[in-house]
Design a protein. Structure first.
Length: 308
């Protein structure tokens, strides 16, 4: 199974910044230790042309040359730097590469990504470019056949609503946006996804999994994707600082297994990104992410066995 990383491009953040930059390197170390069969490659750099599939030329230029306004950077939550630009391009490139690898092998990963708060013309919530939106549009350009457009489902299980993704695809019937998120959590002004499932504070494993099951049933009733992009946020975890939900390690594993199984049963290629995770003990966030990779690897092997 192929996974793409951009963790060597580290943002120069001030001391005490709440974004857990070190989790990416920690995840890579844990994968090398526990899942050495995962083939990890450096993420490619998304080009201006690729980014322009989901973003305005003005936003791409402002971020790239540093002319972006201080207010826009405050909404993102990072100070501007060349390293931030490079990492944002690489993180988007990783989801593009993961989608291509998923078409070849069934399942593939971006070890970062899930930057779903980025709109076409602005960023927000630690998100500069929207990797899922760019990748979905590029895969449609690459995999359209005989005048038929590839349909893409974005299954967003980060604890925060994918407002940027919902905005970008608001009038696009070829992309289905599903967001399962905390009702009272960030962003406080939400956009309309194709399917939004709002969960109360304190929602635990059983209620979450029931809601997910209903959401997947509704997705299947309304849409037939040829590709799934899955945002496997670790932040619904019960000890996440920003999550407000109460999912256990077992509950999150069951969540992942349900999504991967849904795609596998329909033989839909699936690319996944790690999205959010802010546990006080960063090792717990990484443990959730490692669990996602274990489930993914299991389903990747099923794809390989079926191809023999």
């Amino acid at each position: 199974m192929r996974a793409f990383y951009s963790g060597q491009f580290v943002l120069p953040l001030p001391p005490g910044h709440r974004f857990p930059m070190s989790r990416y390197v920690l995840l890579r170390d844990r994968l090398l230790e526990h899942l050495p069969a995962v083939d990890m490659d450096q993420a490619p750099r998304a080009t201006d042309g690729e980014l322009a599939l989901a973003h305005t030329p003005q936003w791409i230029a402002a971020i790239s040359d540093g002319s972006v306004s201080p207010q826009a950077m405050r909404e993102i939550g990072f100070p501007w730097s060349e390293a931030m630009v490079e990492r944002s391009r690489r993180s988007t490139g990783a989801t593009i590469a993961a989608c291509r690898a998923a078409f070849a092998g069934g399942v593939a990963a971006n070890m970062a990504g899930g930057t779903h708060h980025a709109y076409a013309d602005k960023g927000g919530g630690f998100c500069v470019f929207n990797d899922a939106a760019v990748a979905a549009r590029l895969m449609q350009a690459e995999h359209g056949r005989g005048g038929r457009q590839l349909k893409v489902a974005v299954i967003d299980l980060d604890v925060h609503q994918g407002n940027g993704t919902a905005s970008i695809f608001r009038s696009d019937p070829s992309v289905f946006t599903l967001s399962l998120h905390g009702q009272k959590n960030f962003p406080f002004r939400k956009e309309a996804s194709d399917l939004d499932v709002e969960l109360p504070d304190g929602c635990g494993d059983a209620d979450y999994l029931t809601a997910l099951e209903h959401a997947l049933d509704e997705l299947e009733r309304r849409f037939s994707p040829g590709l799934v992009i899955y945002l496997a946020g670790a932040d619904p975890f019960e000890r996440d600082r920003l999550g407000r939900l109460k999912l256990t390690f077992d509950g999150l594993e069951a969540r992942d297994r349900r999504v991967f199984d849904w795609a596998w049963q329909r033989r839909i290629p699936l690319a996944f990104a790690m999205a959010g995770g802010y546990a006080s003990d960063i090792a717990e966030t990484v443990q959730v992410q490692l669990g996602t990779f274990r489930v993914a690897f299991d389903y990747w092997r099923r794809w390989q066995n079926a191809a023999r």
